[in-house]
Design a protein around this ligand. Structure first.
Ligand SMILES: [Zn+2]
Length: 264
């Protein structure tokens, strides 16, 4: 499941190729993937020149000179592949003047949408975990109530974290996934803020995590899964204290943690 580091990796590969290039044609091969009318999406952006490409949480956003935005969410299994051969799971084709961007998605939970500016539901997501200042993060934790793990997954709290990096950050910060946000004191909040940035930056440097079948825009897998400390390691010894890593379900998500290192 692509999270912030995977989308950032794709962004870095496609942005230099798409910026200042004209989008000639948008074709949807699946109606599920287009959010709204496929024809309207095409009419709005065909012939337009890309003014910038950026990441907003887990969304990849193409901005056009007209101000229109095309937002892509990769869902569970979405891939954006530059100059790839369309295959059985190709759901959309974006033909630019200098090449073809292929959208593949086996499970089709991904979405492509267009709006006159950043789509409202994308714009109202929480702050980016890589750029939120410490003081803002501490304040946000204090005003929120509830269990920390689902809060980290809540895109209105922070945009871009998912199951893998939430588990890895909580382990590095030595905070139990069931800890209550309002009871996380200043010191632990600082640790969590630092751990989130550390784990995301390390993952970006490794090209993301290839857990199921994630690959970047050039078909290359990431390697950060080799540096996971707890995610999907149930029963294996904790790298710090050797206690077996546990798995529990919190808010319907498999959660991995060390019962000794991580305090509620
Ligand atoms: Zn431990």
């Amino acid at each position: 499941v692509p999270e912030l580091p995977e989308v950032e990796t794709i962004l870095r590969a496609v942005a230099p190729r798409l910026e200042r290039r004209r989008l000639l044609e948008v074709r949807f091969l699946s109606r599920l993937v287009a959010r709204g009318s496929a024809r309207e999406i095409a009419e709005r952006v065909e012939g337009e020149t890309v003014s910038g490409v950026r990441r907003h949480g887990k969304f990849l956003v193409l901005e056009f000179e007209s101000g229109s935005c095309l937002a892509v969410h990769l869902g569970m299994t979405g891939k954006l592949l530059w100059e790839a051969e369309p295959g059985p799971y190709t759901r959309a084709l974006l033909r630019f003047e200098n090449g073809l961007l292929v959208y593949d998605d086996i499970r089709q939970f991904g979405r492509i949408e267009v709006a006159g500016s950043l789509p409202a539901r994308v714009a109202r997501l929480g702050p980016d975990p890589l750029s939120i200042p410490l003081e803002d993060f501490v304040r946000l934790l204090r005003v929120r109530r509830g269990i920390i793990k689902p809060l980290l997954l809540n895109q209105a709290f922070l945009r871009g974290l998912g199951n893998i990096y939430a588990d890895e950050a909580l382990f590095r910060a030595r905070i139990h996934p069931q800890a209550r946000a309002e009871r996380i004191g200043r010191k632990r909040a600082e640790r969590l803020h630092g751990a989130i940035r550390e784990v995301l930056n390390a993952a970006i440097a490794s090209g993301g995590s290839s857990i199921s079948d994630y690959v970047d825009a050039e078909g290359r897998p990431g390697s950060f899964q080799l540096q996971h400390l707890v995610y999907s390691k149930a029963g294996r010894p904790c790298p710090v204290c050797s206690t077996p890593i546990r798995r529990m379900v919190i808010a319907q998500r498999g959660t991995h943690y060390c019962p000794r290192c991580q305090r509620p």
